[in-house]
Design a protein around this ligand. Structure first.
Ligand code: GLP
Length: 233
């Protein structure tokens, strides 16, 4: 894994964007995208650019179960607001959190990933080391699946909801093996609350107790952090 320490998230977003541009120039066609506050500066860099994304396909990591795409808390809505409405893509996929048959939906999504292999995957990291919504204990060989969210993830994500009870208890997430198929992975992390997870991901044992630690075995991962997330302040 390559580690780059940047001044702040703006610089981090711009760096991730410049890495993306290199890959687009080299023929990348499919992006894996993430939600949360971490990738926002990256999306800002994309929407501020004049680069054409109309031939690019995207697949998002995850979606809450039970929220429709027009629910402001859904990840579909988040992506629309911060990226797709401003920068049109060829096509963009997210798991359907309203699917009646959730198992069938996870299979459909995994087939989509197989049809559109991800060239460049953006990741954030949860305070407990989760990637996507793959909580500690998720099998490294997992494909897209339905997840019961960990209490501390529900707690952390409740800041986007009116009340804690409004946070969905389940999500559909790409699995760890689905994420690991991506050719290049760029993981960003900002703020001191991520420092422990980042340290364990980079230097700790490779263990399902810290899902992001599997990235140590991936051939092309760039980790972009600010000083706080690097444990330097
Ligand atoms: C959520 C998302 C993850 C994200 C994490 C961190 O649980 N499913 O993809 O990386 O939160 O979020 P934030 O970037 O807001 O700290």
């Amino acid at each position: 894994m390559k580690l780059v320490i940047v001044k702040n998230k703006e610089e981090g977003g711009k760096l991730a964007f410049s890495l993306l541009k290199e890959k687009l120039d080299a023929g990348a066609k499919t992006l894996g995208l993430a939600t949360g506050s971490t990738p926002l500066s990256f999306y800002k860099a994309i929407t501020s650019s004049d680069i054409d994304f109309s031939k690019i396909t995207s697949l998002n990591l995850d979606e809450y179960v039970g929220l429709s795409a027009d629910n402001p808390q859904s990840y579909a809505h988040f992506m629309q607001e911060h990226l797709f409405a401003i920068k049109p893509f060829k096509e963009s996929f997210l798991p359907n959190g309203l699917a009646i048959d959730l198992q069938a939906e996870t299979q459909r999504y995994e087939e989509l990933i197989a049809m559109h292999p991800i060239d460049f995957q953006i990741l954030g990291i949860g305070r407990n080391g989760h990637i996507g919504f793959n909580e500690p204990g998720t099998l490294f060989n997992s494909l897209t699946h339905v997840v019961d969210l960990a209490d501390n993830t529900i707690q952390a994500n409740s800041r986007f909801f009116e009340k804690l009870e409004d946070v969905p208890k389940q999500a559909i997430s790409m699995g760890i093996a689905s994420i690991m198929k991506s050719k290049t992975i760029v993981l960003m992390a900002y703020g001191a609350e991520k420092a422990e997870a980042v340290n364990q991901m980079l230097h700790g044992p490779i263990t399902e107790d810290l899902p992001a630690s599997i990235l140590q075995t991936h051939p092309d991962v760039i980790v972009i952090v600010d000083k706080a997330a690097a444990g330097q302040e």
